[in-house]
Design a binder for this molecule. Structure first.
Ligand SMILES: [Fe+2]
Length: 219
């Protein structure tokens, strides 16, 4: 059952902020250099130029209205101009870190530990994804994530204020709500469930990083 606001925003605790700033430096280093011993791996497999032109369409209410009848086709976004961030288990080996073993990677482990200690001490925390939107015109089109239900915590970073946003459709009222990002890190929590599917999307005209976690209150 959904009560109050769908999206709740939480202040970033000091200890977590320190870990996140270090992570952000590694993302910047990786994205600003094309070769060398990069700390992270970024992957993109989309036709950026074609999709970039359509960034506003893929986060529009008009586009959403064309797809909501086929809800289970949109667990994942149909289109994006964004990069997945990951680490190799051992640098140089084509052996990408899967969601379940993110805990073995020092940065993710520190982030999960800080989240757990300071904000969700009675919950299990599962890493879901890391995405960088390197704007302008970066986006993730409307989708539901219904393949992976539960409370979702997104830790997001924006390089500039009011140049990127998270947009969702309120499952109770149908209202489209746009939440502009402020410069720096913030934490947002929202529920993903079958009863009240939460359609959502992202657009960014700046560099935006998002780290997603599923939080299960079971401890
Ligand atoms: Fe999502």
């Amino acid at each position: 059952m959904i009560t109050d606001s769908i999206l709740s925003t939480v202040n970033v605790p000091e200890g977590l902020l320190h870990v996140l700033n270090t992570f952000q430096c590694e993302v910047d280093k990786t994205l600003n250099a094309s070769t060398g011993n990069l700390p992270l791996v970024v992957e993109d497999d989309y036709d950026h130029e074609r999709c970039k032109d359509k960034s506003n369409w893929f986060v529009s209410e008009e586009y959403l209205n064309t797809i909501t009848d086929n809800i289970h086709n949109y667990d994942y976004a149909e289109s994006r101009f964004a990069t997945k961030i990951s680490y190799y288990k051992h640098f140089g080996e084509p052996n990408r870190v899967e969601d379940y073993d993110a805990y073995k990677i020092p940065h993710y482990r520190r982030i999960i530990t800080e989240l757990s200690d300071s904000l969700y001490p009675t919950s299990s925390i599962f890493y879901t994804n890391s995405i960088c939107y390197d704007g302008p015109s970066a986006y993730l089109s409307w989708h539901t994530n219904l393949n992976n239900v539960g409370d979702r915590v997104y830790i997001t970073y924006a390089a500039e204020s009011n140049k990127s946003f998270f947009r969702y459709r309120d499952p109770m009222t149908g209202e489209i709500i746009t939440c502009p990002d402020k410069k720096g890190w913030q934490i947002n929590k929202f529920p993903i469930n079958e009863e009240y599917p939460l359609w959502h999307c992202v657009h960014s005209d700046t560099r935006r990083i998002s780290l997603g976690f599923r939080v299960v209150n079971n401890l």
